[in-house]
Design a protein around this ligand. Structure first.
Ligand SMILES: [Zn+2]
Length: 99
């Protein structure tokens, strides 16, 4: 578990696992696997916040960065929003390269 706050995670294995122990097959579990949408950390948890977490979008494994996962899900962090606003103000009339 990471220390990012407020917590923002996506769930890849909801109340199940695919461990080597069961031959990588689906096995129901009290625990879910979540990935932090801020730092990319991952852990398994049975905490209630998985119920309100984002579902991992299809193909997320190929997109190896939290920023890209956020883009796939369509969420913008407050700090990113502020940065965009700043860039817009600074770039009046000019094109601001956004990356
Ligand atoms: Zn984190």
């Amino acid at each position: 578990m990471c220390d990012c706050r407020p917590r923002l995670v996506m769930v890849t294995d909801y109340r199940c696992n695919y461990s080597a122990f069961n031959g990588y097959h689906f096995a129901p579990s009290d625990y879910s696997r979540v990935w932090c949408l801020r730092c990319g950390g991952t852990w398994r948890t049975k905490a209630a916040y998985v119920e309100d977490a984002y579902n991992a979008p299809k193909g997320w494994e190929q997109v190896g960065s939290p920023a890209k996962w956020r883009a796939m899900i369509g969420i913008v962090l407050p700090e990113e929003q502020a940065a965009r606003k700043r860039a817009k103000l600074l770039g009046k009339g000019k094109r601001v390269k956004q990356r």
